[in-house]
Design a protein. Sequence first.
Length: 210
Amino acid sequence: MKQRFLPFVALAAALLAPSFAQAASEPDAPALPAADTPHPWYRPRHLVLQTAGGLGMVSAGAGYTYAQDKIDTDILLGYVPKKFAGSTLTLASAKFIYSPFTVRISDKWQVKPVSVGAYFSYTHGTLNDEERGQYTKDYYWWSSDTRYGPLAGGRVTYARPAKANGRPRTVSVYYDLSTNDLYLQSYVTNTKGLSLGQILVLGLGVKADF
């Protein structure tokens, strides 16, 4: 009886042998990372924390990066305590920064040595705002609460381990040297009394992807 089944066993073994051999020779495929779902267009890419720079004693906000990481747009809210300004100041600012090239130091570190751009800020809480009618409408030829001007600086970036979906994450420290429309006007009309160093403002900050 057993001999009757031997041909069937031999045939089955011959047919299944290649499958078993392939299964034994191929290692398990690694699990694929989760698909990198693009962010909605309105979701900021990074968080920003800055001190000084004409945007408040401390300012914080979020920003966008585009054009192959060459252009940043940051939106910040700043604060100056009353004891440093005569009244409590709240500032809303926008910065537009262009970094034409990046120098890669290593896999983890990179430098953007040159960044140029402009900023706009609105200050709420100035003395003129606190006391209406303190000055006549045309007493000042410039705005007491709106400032805008050029800026220049640089940035050092550290690449943290990527997320599970492969999206890169970086932390950057940066500096800005900026001035504004009022300072520039004062310098142009009084070059003998003012130096460039007196109209430049230094800002320091940190950016972190999220």
